[in-house]
Ligand binder design. Structure first.
Ligand SMILES: [Zn+2]
Length: 173
């Protein structure tokens, strides 16, 4: 953050609460960019012993992940993931369980992950956001090392499936 969003002064750096932060040097303003993590919801959407993986627009060809999205104002995470699943893949679903919270420090996000059961396997993607999707059999799906992949690994464990995680950067196809 280069300029103060409140008064447009050039931001400075100062230590507050044990961390260096971007602060506005204007003493009548004093805005602090706390840079708090953003909550992101994600869903492991199951249907007919498969889970859906999606490739977001702009991702490399071989990257597929869970359906994810941001909370709207006045919305709880469980409502948000049901809405996102409906919007992004056109599927009505029911929440089965809360899987857990996971770090995604690289993007300064807190991931909140649920297991959902789809009411049907008929997918209609929101083309602005989703470039491709695939249903993958639960006994074949491989979790990935980053972000939501750890939630998928943990969920597979609850099914008695122990599986190595792979790194997207190692995949060349
Ligand atoms: Zn300012």
């Amino acid at each position: 953050m280069r300029y103060c969003p409140q008064c447009s002064c050039e931001m400075a750096r100062r230590e507050i609460g044990g961390r260096e932060r971007a602060v506005c040097p204007n003493r009548y303003c004093g805005f602090v960019h706390w840079d708090n993590p953003v909550p992101v919801v994600g869903g492991i959407v199951e249907w007919d012993n498969q889970v859906i993986l999606v490739r977001n627009v702009g991702w490399p060809e071989n990257w597929y992940g869970l359906v994810t999205g941001f909370l709207e104002a006045g919305e709880m995470p469980d409502e948000a993931i049901l809405r996102e699943v409906k919007e992004e893949i056109g599927v009505d679903a029911t929440i089965e369980s809360f899987i857990g919270m996971y770090e995604f420090y690289r993007k300064n996000q807190l991931l909140i992950i649920y297991h959902l059961r789809a009411h049907s396997g008929d997918v209609v993607v929101m083309e602005d956001e989703i470039a491709d999707y695939k249903w993958v059999a639960i006994d074949k799906v491989k979790p990935w090392t980053a972000g939501t992949g750890r939630a998928l690994r943990d969920w597979l464990r609850t099914r008695g499936i122990e599986r190595e995680m792979f790194d997207f950067s190692d995949v060349n196809n």
